[in-house]
Write a protein that binds this ligand. Structure first.
Ligand code: THG
Length: 367
């Protein structure tokens, strides 16, 4: 594929200088911002992530800040997850739905205080929907995109590296909780979260000017831990079943189709704009759902469009993410599969650009 031309519309990040110094080889565009996808190679990055520790520029996980007396009310209007018991200091993975129950985004909601939230968004223009609702309902809340850029530290040695920079108390942060930590006079929000299942943290850097000093401190402290620059890894995230908005699901899908029913409390999420629509569809239950799929044969080509899935010549779904897994020595994939064929061990056929492949619906992802 040809290069992407840089311009002001394609935003750089506070860490771009560090990412370039570490030899980034490829980017994608996410929320109109650069997101690295390859450093050494996707496979080499994968093995390193599972063994050591990586620093990821995930600035493209932009924050939507809600600030004001109606912030919590607005947050609940956006999601069918019941937020009443959520406390400041917690993060929740929250489906965001429109008035039809269709998925608009699948962000992490960060509750800073009763009247201040960050919505750490996946790749869709959620800001416009949120501003429209705040304005249309005349809510007393400010909605904007602040200068906040997440930097992820992921991998089995993440605790050791973070403790060297922020002190041993970072080890005490529980999963999907956050605390405030000082770095050279800058307040940093540090959460135990991240887009891998290898463990680690996300540092929400609230001032672009603090970005490179933090980047450099992590690399200086982690030399003997073999710290490297990394990025969300295609192989690891498919093995782990981490969904990618715009790839694995769109606004045509409900959270239940996406397997996110466990993050919905539609009956008690009073105020959620998609509530009535979701209550209607939840009564019947979804007729298709996301499933782990194992595709037989040797390495599949890159999956940059949907691959239809068939059984007995009839379409029964589609594969939306797929790659060769070096550790499991098979092709791992994520697909949306109709009810008639979604049971574990069901054999289907997937139409890849290389031709038809036998495939099997799995019970679980690969971790
Ligand atoms: N971290 C932050 N913001 C993000 C992402 C992130 N914004 C974009 C994107 N990733 C949003 N999508 C996801 C998808 C999965 C998870 C988080 C964000 C995730 N899921 C775990 C799981 O499904 O096992 C845990 C969910 C839970 O138990 O609550 O972590 O990665 N800041």
């Amino acid at each position: 594929m040809a290069m992407i031309s840089p311009s002001r519309r394609l935003r750089r990040t506070p860490f771009s200088a560090g990412v370039e110094r570490e030899g980034v080889k490829a980017y994608t565009v996410y929320n109109r911002m650069l997101l690295p996808t390859v450093f050494e190679s996707v496979e080499a990055d994968y093995h390193h992530l599972k063994k050591h520790v990586q620093v990821w520029d995930v600035s493209c996980e932009r924050q939507i800040e809600l600030r004001g007396p109606d912030a919590s009310r607005l947050m609940q209007m956006l999601t069918p997850r019941d937020l009443r018991a959520m406390l400041p200091g917690q993060c929740f993975y929250v489906p965001i739905v429109d008035e039809t129950g269709g998925m608009l985004n699948d962000p992490v909601a960060v509750k800073l205080s009763e009247d201040r939230w960050w919505i750490s968004i996946a790749d869709s223009d959620l800001l416009f929907w949120v501003k429209g609702i705040a304005h249309g309902y005349r809510l007393d809340v400010l909605v904007d995109e602040p200068d906040v850029s997440p930097l992820a530290v992921q991998g089995p040695k993440a605790d050791d590296l973070m403790a060297r920079v922020f002190g041993d108390s970072v080890r005490d942060i529980r999963f999907f909780r956050f605390g405030h930590f000082d770095f050279e006079g800058h307040d940093m929000v540090v959460a135990r979260s991240g887009y891998s299942k290898q463990g680690g943290f996300e540092i929400y850097v609230q001032d672009s000017a603090a970005g490179m000093p933090l980047w450099d401190a992590l690399f200086a402290a982690g030399q003997d831990l073999e710290v490297r620059a990394g990025c969300p890894n295609l192989i690891e995230r498919i093995e782990s079943g981490l969904l990618s908005y715009g790839n694995d699901m769109t606004d045509d899908n409900t959270p239940h189709e996406c397997g996110l029913g466990k993050f919905c409390n539609t009956h008690t999420a009073i105020g959620c704009i998609g509530r009535d629509a979701l209550l209607r569809v939840a009564k019947e239950g979804p007729i298709q759902q996301i499933r782990p799929i194992e595709i037989s044969g040797d390495r599949v080509p890159p999956c940059d469009r949907v691959w239809p899935a068939y059984a007995n010549g009839k379409k029964v779904g589609q594969v939306t993410s797929a790659t060769w897994s070096p550790d499991f020595k098979t092709n791992v994939a994520i697909g949306m599969i109709r009810m008639t064929h979604w049971d574990a061990d069901t054999v289907i056929e997937v139409e890849t650009p290389d031709g038809m492949r036998a495939a099997t619906v799995r019970e679980t992802f690969w971790n």
